[in-house]
Design a protein around this ligand. Structure first.
Ligand code: NAG
Ligand code: NAG
Ligand code: NAG
Ligand code: NAG
Ligand code: NAG
Ligand code: NAG
Ligand code: NAG
Ligand code: NAG
Ligand code: NAG
Ligand code: NAG
Ligand code: NAG
Ligand code: NAG
Length: 466
């Protein structure tokens, strides 16, 4: 049973928070970062000689169209319209103030020739390609140093035709790290919406060093056994909002990252203010929401809610390792429904995987103020496998109102963690058994509407403490 609190308790809590601008009322929809959705100029890809037969390579047509549209960048921007058809292409570059629009039944197909995916420098926060030392293939749709870019349409499809890359990966015949389907780097004001993304060679959508990114109403699919086909990976980016998406892939559905070991530590660009809501997905081998394992620039202020994961290996996962440094803090995850999921919550303190031998094993990550509440699960094998790092406990882990139908006889297994819990079934592990009282509210990252008098708040209000 939930404990009841006196008015004095509640006032005490309000006093604790009174110097923090922590309660914002109102609509909780992703706010569009810019208003320039309507472009005064528009061209169609066929005007640049593109042929939508699925066979003709249209890389030059995309490049020429975008080069032409660059002259409208300071005149409100322009739209590149891709009509119904199968538009085979190699990698191409976007520009600022551009809308790439895929009509219904328009399909952009990634070339199956690796030469059509040029090789570029590794990310400075990774120091090398993620899967092979050295450089990496550039994404199919790429943009760097941009502002105000929209990738949208009437549910057209961007198909990476990744199976050839998965095969090169499995037969160890890659020369460079595989490309993403879409990568935006060092850019501001990105909207990706109303489209379907399938069969990415590697992670599907990768905003890195970006701010003000909206991903809304997209479908992402890849076979459940395809290697490393993560859905959306916000990486060293801030103000990212992901909502109303369906994602079914071969790796993490959402993975929040910020660089790798000594490279991520020295680049020092955190990932923060990430909102994820109204998401449905499955991943047979990986996690629904993952943080890490690359988190060396720090990850904070993540809010995830109203989510359903099914048929998945793990629901919520934090992955890190000695050598990573950085931090994962101020994470709030609520209202998640898990069905047929092996491990509901998993923390892995010794994930391993280092870019090279030069990482500092003394660089221990800080993991603290993680709140997980209002979770239900059916046909779950393990409720929680929560492993911190010896001499570096994960602190202030708060679990509240979690009800899981668990098959294992030892549903929780925890080491090197500390925290609190309330209304968790099956009963949580010993290090989390201390009950959440108002005195711990400042330890538990913004707990929670239902601990306070709910008549104070609108159901749509949300707590922010950054
Ligand atoms: C992005 O901007 C930086 C700094 O101006 C520059 O060095 C870099 O070449 C630019 N990258 C691209 C792809 O334009
Ligand atoms: C989602 O996208 C589809 C087309 O892909 C569109 O018909 C629908 O209106 C969109 N929904 C929202 C809420 O934007
Ligand atoms: C968009 O198309 C995909 C199939 O290509 C479909 O699964 C999805 O439901 C469609 N999305 C919307 C919002 O209509
Ligand atoms: C790797 O390089 C070799 C030699 O240049 C080339 O034949 C092969 O096609 C390349 N593999 C891939 C997947 O690009
Ligand atoms: C990002 O853009 C800024 C200028 O806006 C530039 O100074 C910096 O070098 C760029 N970084 C990268 C990685 O391109
Ligand atoms: C998605 O499509 C719907 C229906 O056309 C439209 O109302 C909405 O503004 C679009 N959303 C975005 C973010 O482009
Ligand atoms: C957090 O991100 C959202 C968009 O995802 C933005 O509207 C909001 O202003 C950001 N808040 C802060 C404090 O940066
Ligand atoms: C919880 O999430 C589900 C969608 O998964 C949504 O229908 C429901 O309204 C949410 N509940 C609350 C209290 O927000
Ligand atoms: C879950 O996975 C099993 C085995 O892979 C499959 O048979 C079943 O259809 C999946 N369930 C859903 C709802 O996709
Ligand atoms: C507990 O969580 C469930 C959803 O998982 C929600 O329906 C219920 O209202 C929550 N209980 C309290 C007391 O907040
Ligand atoms: C839990 O699982 C058992 C056995 O599968 C099932 O009979 C029961 O209805 C489930 N309970 C809930 C609350 O889902
Ligand atoms: C917990 O995990 C450790 C290490 O994986 C294992 O040795 C131990 O047996 C587990 N304890 C329980 C109760 O399952």
């Amino acid at each position: 049973m939930r404990r009841s609190f006196t008015l004095v308790d509640v006032l005490l809590v309000l006093a604790l928070f009174s110097d923090v601008p922590w309660l914002i009322k109102g609509s909780s929809y992703c706010k569009r970062a810019n208003s320039a959705a309507i472009r005064p100029h528009s061209v169609t890809i066929t005007e640049f000689g593109a042929v939508g037969d699925g066979v003709t390579l249209n890389t030059k047509a995309f490049q020429n169209a975008i080069f032409y549209l660059n002259s409208f960048a300071d005149k409100g921007g322009a739209k590149l319209f891709v009509p119904a058809g199968q538009w085979l292409t190699g990698s191409f570059d976007l520009i600022s103030h551009l809308t790439l629009w895929l009509d219904k039944d328009a399909m952009i197909l990634g070339s199956t020739n690796s030469d059509d995916w040029p090789v570029v420098d590794p990310l400075p926060s990774y120091g090398r390609g993620r899967e092979l030392p050295g450089r990496r293939h550039r994404s199919l749709i790429y943009g760097c140093n941009l502002t105000d870019v929209v990738i949208t349409g009437d549910n057209g499809t961007i198909d990476g035709q990744g199976s050839i890359w998965w095969n090169w990966f499995q037969t160890k015949t890659l020369n460079y790290t595989r490309p993403h389907l879409v990568e935006l780097m060092n850019s501001t004001g990105i909207v990706i919406s109303n489209l379907t993304f399938i069969n990415s060679p590697f992670w599907t959508i990768h905003p890195v060093y970006c701010s003000q990114v909206i991903v809304q109403n997209v479908t992402i699919r890849a076979p459940l056994d395809s290697p490393n086909t993560d859905g959306i990976d916000p990486d060293s980016s801030d103000d990212v909002c992901i909502e109303d998406c369906y994602i079914s892939t071969g790796d993490d559905i959402i993975a929040i990252k910020s660089g790798w070991d000594e490279y991520g530590i020295s680049y020092a660009r955190p990932c923060r203010n990430i909102t994820i809501r109204r998401l449905v997905g499955q991943t047979r081998t990986s996690a629904g929401i993952a943080i890490g394992s690359e988190m060396s620039g720090g990850v904070s202020e993540v809010r995830a809610e109203n989510i359903q994961f099914y048929n998945s290996s793990t629901g919520i996962r934090i992955k890190t390792s000695p050598g990573r440094g950085g931090y994962v803090r101020n994470i709030y995850i609520s209202n998640i429904t898990l069905t047929d999921v092996k491990i509901a919550i998993r923390f892995t303190g010794r994930y391993g995987e280092h870019p090279d031998e030069h990482y500092d094993p003394e660089a221990l990550p800080i993991v603290e103020r993680i709140t997980i509440e209002d979770i239900t699960g059916d046909n779950i094998e393990y409720a929680g496998i929560l492993d911190g790092i010896e001499a570096d406990s994960f602190l202030n882990i708060c679990l509240s109102n979690i009800t899981l139908n668990v098959t294992s006889k030892s549903p929780w297994n925890c080491s090197y963690i500390q925290g609190y819990s309330d209304s968790v079934s099956p009963e949580t592990c010993e290090p989390l058994r201390e009950s959440i009282s108002p005195y711990y509210y400042s330890d538990c990252y913004h707990l929670s509407s239902h601990f306070l008098n709910s008549s104070n708040q609108n159901s749509g209000s949300w707590f922010l403490s950054w």
